[in-house]
Design a protein around this ligand. Structure first.
Ligand SMILES: Cc1ncc(COP(=O)(O)O)c(C=O)c1O
Length: 418
């Protein structure tokens, strides 16, 4: 079946990037482990290399011609076309990890003259790059209290190169208004000073939230999570329009953070089931939230409109309404009794696995303050609500009733530990 824009997203995307007719009718793509590719002749080789290096006056090389697997690879190409199709955009680039994707995008679009503006909280690894690495490279990093205050930011010393956010944010599910940032960027940028709006969409993925449709320039993922989806690959991705992606590809080539062909093949395969996994995880998450809502005194953090309205957070509910299809399958709960009660809760779980990461077939639980966000400084933890009682949950594909029973007995264990 040839991809056709009239088909719905799932139909267009699950098999995008691969044509069996070009591979003996094999219904699934082959893996190409080759590190290097033979040029048909010297002139074509020169055209390919010179084009890859952006040399002026280079001859146009043939389409889908490969050079060396640090620049591109046929198996990777299947995965990248598939993700670009899910994200409904021109280009996607896979990386060896989410951090490789994020650090490459940050370095590609910030410099000593073009600051990074961001809103928190952020995944601990991203926060580390922002606090400890970018400043050493001379990049000004500016934390905005809230995107609502973007109009009050001082631009007398220059425009930011990038506005960065994670929404919903890890681990408290705080949401940020993507359109507010993209509108501001489009109003303030100039032909010579483009402002890149980058959104880490790891917590929802393309089925639920589509930052590029809201005008964002780059959509980033830890593909280790929902896109890989089985806790058996480490990968990252960036999708976006050709212009913003050009520098991302250039920096990937020279930093060398590209993903390998074997992982690319697994990513391409996993994306065939992305929508069904996510739909099931979301349905179970909704049932689990309904159960948790019945527990008196339990503070719940999620990105579902109805739950946000219930606690009177109409601003966040409106953002969710505008930019998310639903609330996703991530949530956090604040276990009364601090760290010891949270640990008693985690140790009592049987169906949920006690591990970092998220977005997999199995349900996962972890303690952000001492695990994923252990490196975040204490003031920032307090400011962003990463308390000692906070437990993050990622809902997998098990039976929702079994997950609820597991939570019920772990909550009881936490209560008894007080
Ligand atoms: C929101 C978010 N962004 C980025 C990352 C980093 O991804 P990776 O572990 O694939 O490098 C993570 C990892 O947990 C994450 O949760």
């Amino acid at each position: 079946m040839k991809p056709n824009k009239n088909y719905k997203l799932e139909t267009r995307s699950i098999f995008a990037g691969y044509d069996p007719a070009e591979n003996f009718g094999a219904v699934k793509p082959p893996i190409h482990p080759a590190s290097t590719f033979i040029f048909p002749d010297a002139r074509t080789g020169a055209a390919q290399m010179e084009t890859a290096y952006g040399i002026e006056g280079a001859e146009t090389p043939p389409e889908d011609a490969f050079i060396y697997s640090r620049l591109g690879n046929p198996t990777l190409s299947v995965a990248e076309k598939r993700l670009a199709s899910w994200d409904d955009t021109e280009m996607s680039a896979f990386f060896a990890s989410g951090m490789a994707a994020i650090s490459t995008a940050l370095m590609a679009h910030t410099s000593k003259d073009r600051a990074l503006w961001y809103v928190g909280p952020l995944y601990g690894g991203t926060q580390h790059i922002i606090d400890d690495i970018l400043p050493k490279m001379g990049v000004d990093v500016i934390l905005m209290d809230s995107l609502n205050k973007i109009d009050t930011m001082d631009i007398s010393s220059g425009l930011p190169g990038m506005i960065y956010m994670e929404t919903p944010a890890n681990p408290t599910l705080q949401v940020h208004d993507i359109s507010l940032a993209t509108k501001w960027a489009r109003e303030h940028e100039t032909e010579d000073a483009k402002i890149i709006v980058a959104v880490d969409n790891t917590f929802l993925g393309p089925i639920i939230q589509r930052p590029l449709d809201l005008g964002a320039d780059l959509n980033l993922y830890s593909a280790t999570k929902y896109i890989g989806g089985h806790s058996d690959v480490i990968a990252g991705a960036v999708s976006g329009k050709t212009e913003a992606m050009a520098k991302v590809y250039e920096y990937r080539t020279f930093f060398g953070g590209i993903v390998d062909p074997w992982t690319s093949w697994l990513l391409a395969r996993s994306m065939e089931t992305l929508h069904v996994r996510v739909e099931r995880q979301v349905n179970s998450a909704r049932k689990i939230l309904d159960f948790l809502q019945e527990k008196p005194g339990l503070k719940i953090f999620c990105a579902w409109k109805e739950d946000l309205e219930k606690v009177g957070d109409y601003k966040a509910a409106a953002i969710v309404h505008n930019q998310q299809k639903n609330g996703g399958a991530m949530m956090a709960i604040e276990i009364p009794g601090g760290r010891s009660a949270a640990f008693a809760f985690l140790d009592a779980l049987e169906v949920f696995k006690l591990a970092v990461s998220l977005g997999s077939t199995e349900s996962l639980a972890e303690h952000p303050a001492s695990m994923t966000h252990a490196g975040v400084n204490p003031e920032e933890k307090i400011r962003t609500g990463i308390t000692e009682g906070l437990v993050r949950l990622s809902i997998g594909l098990e039976n929702a009733d079994d997950l609820i029973a597991d939570l019920e007995s772990a909550l009881e264990a936490a209560r008894l530990s007080l």
